[in-house]
Design a protein. Structure first.
Length: 566
């Protein structure tokens, strides 16, 4: 695989251009047959074709805009754009990308094409070296994501084609279907080695040429066009002469562009250009210390190269930036602001503005008849706003009508209740008390215990006779403890949750014996003593109207029990 990542600056010189003859395969797209020149191919935002109503078609067919029938110009295929770039004046710098984000950023920076690097994809996708460990399927999927994230042509690293000549055809077909405009096929033996590293081996001449012929046949006989880039690693594996022979043979086999990796000097580079004069040539500029001399784009153009790829500019900078950020986090600091863009910039980089624009374009608005209509039908914005305002007015009117109806129902209920109360002869205060009691019963549905009529049997007799006897006993001062309190009354309350009364009754203070039958919680309590002390306290405080005898919580029921001396 060519080890390629991308430089981040658009380099398009204005000096004399490279003169490259048309490829051996001219599908009518080479000789100026395109409707526009490369100088008019302005950089596109990654999602701009999508916002315009369709993607750049890999087949070159017209793609109809979604949501409408308005006519627009047919999209030019990425392959056609790449072919024109290869024959137009000026060297084309291609940073190597490894994922959708790096492809988007490359396009946003103004580059006309990019290169999917096997080195970069192996490193970022699997954390592995570029030694053939990733499969054809993994590389094709990576290429699909990269190609779908940008509108510029992508040249994919196809390695050795992953097998014999038949496998090469399948690889070329798969890369084309993934949306890549070009593919590199090399002559290394399997397992392959990374470019600019030791241990590389190449297959024999016949097999090497057969791989390129298979790729060219798939291009010519398959379902769509794709640019074939033939690469030789023979310069490092064998010799310069062997590499030059293979480059010329690859061009004769029909390759659209040729590439010799790891050229060791400027002399090697010039020899390569002379050996293949009529076919566009690619040069690999390995940043950071490769075998090939690093020259300026102008120098490369003057030599005769059409494309220069930069394999490490993106993946190398990403790696160093991640190391610095992790080092900062490990020491309790945030990464430097120069390394960490604001969140808003990150959202722009990954395409949030384009997504939100599309989301608004296809926003669904409810129609007046209950049906749905789409803003994608190209209605004007003012009609959308009017429909929204009308819908809001309807909602407000419905809410007001419902509120008025509810108020009318409440008023009718109040009137009916008042009429019923008047008919029954009840006062307004009695009505309110009844409503409060009903509310309390609804809130706390306890069984109400009816107050027990306590008969003073200890005094003898029953009813009025017993009370007369008790009065006589009380007035004579006899009757034991508590009889002096018959002039006072005890109020007994049993309160449930939220202090809602479950029991509330009164008994003479002098009679306490039967109270435990009604309120079991007072059993075992010296109520007589408590009453005596409460009476004494009331007397000392000037005859207070109501004195607390007891106030406690029944542990068995949780009810509050209050006994007051009135």
């Amino acid at each position: 695989m060519a080890t390629a990542f991308v430089c981040a600056i658009s380099l398009v010189p204005s000096s004399p251009a490279v003169k490259c003859a048309p490829s051996r395969r001219d599908n009518g797209l080479l000789g100026g047959s395109l409707s526009h020149s490369a100088s008019n191919l302005k950089p596109l935002r990654a999602c701009r074709p999508l916002l315009a109503g369709g993607r750049v078609a890999s087949s070159g067919r017209t793609v109809a805009a979604a949501g409408g029938s308005s006519e627009r110009k047919a999209d030019v295929s990425k392959v056609a754009v790449l072919r024109e770039l290869l024959t137009s004046p000026g060297i084309k710098c291609a940073p190597a990308c490894h994922d959708g984000l790096s492809a988007r950023l490359t396009e946003a920076a103004g580059f006309k094409l990019t290169f999917m690097s096997g080195f970069a994809v192996s490193a970022t996708r699997a954390g592995l070296p570029d030694t053939g460990l990733l499969s054809y399927g993994e590389m094709a999927e990576a290429g699909r994501l990269i190609a779908s994230a940008c509108s510029i042509p992508v040249i994919g690293d196809g390695d050795t084609g992953y097998g014999n000549a038949v496998n090469v055809r399948r690889t070329v077909r798969g890369y084309r279907q993934a949306g890549m405009a070009g593919i590199i096929i090399e002559d290394q033996a399997w397992p392959k080695a990374c470019g600019h590293t030791a241990g590389r081996r190449v297959v024999g001449r016949d097999e090497a040429v057969m791989r390129i012929r298979a790729a060219v046949d798939e291009r010519d006989e398959g379902e769509g066009d794709i640019v074939i880039v033939a690469r030789s690693d023979a310069r490092q594996a064998v010799s310069l002469d062997e590499a030059l022979w293979r480059a010329a043979a690859f061009a004769d086999a029909g390759a659209d562009m040729v590439f010799i990796d790891a050229l060791g000097s400027e002399s090697d580079m010039r020899a390569f250009v002379r050996a293949v004069p009529d076919t566009p040539k690619l040069i690999n500029q390995l940043e950071g210390g490769g075998r090939t001399p690093m020259l300026s784009p102008q120098q490369l153009e003057d030599m005769g190269f059409a494309v220069a790829v930069y394999p490490l500019s993106l993946v190398g900078v990403c790696t160093r930036a991640m190391q610095d950020a992790l080092s900062a986090l490990a020491s309790g600091r945030l990464p430097r602001p120069s390394l960490l863009p604001p969140f808003e910039e990150l959202k722009d980089a990954v395409g949030f503005p384009e997504y939100l624009a599309l989301e608004e374009r296809y926003r669904v608005v409810e129609g007046g008849d209950g049906s749905s209509s789409s803003s994608g039908s190209r209605r004007r914005a003012d009609s959308d706003a009017a429909a929204a305002a009308a819908a809001a007015a309807r909602v407000a009117a419905e809410a007001q009508a419902e509120e008025a109806a509810a108020a009318a129902r409440v008023a009718a209920a109040d009137a009916a209740a008042a009429a019923a109360a008047a008919a029954a002869g009840a006062t307004w205060q009695q009505q309110q008390q009844q409503q409060q009691q009903q509310t309390q019963q609804q809130q706390q549905p306890f069984d109400v215990v009816e107050p027990v009529v306590i008969e003073p049997d200890e005094a003898g007799g029953t009813g009025a006779e017993a009370w007369n006897n008790l009065e006589k006993t009380r007035s004579s001062g006899s009757g034991g403890s508590g009889w002096g309190n018959w002039t006072r009354v005890l109020r007994v309350q049993v309160l449930g949750p939220n202090n809602i009364a479950k029991l509330d009754f009164r008994v003479p203070a002098g009679f306490l014996g039967g109270l435990a039958n009604t309120v079991p919680a007072v059993a075992g309590i010296d109520l007589a003593g408590l009453v005596e002390r409460a009476a004494a306290r009331s007397k000392s405080e000037g005859g207070e109207d109501e004195v607390v005898v007891a106030d406690f919580r029944d542990k068995s029921t949780g009810d509050r029990v209050r006994i007051l001396l009135e």
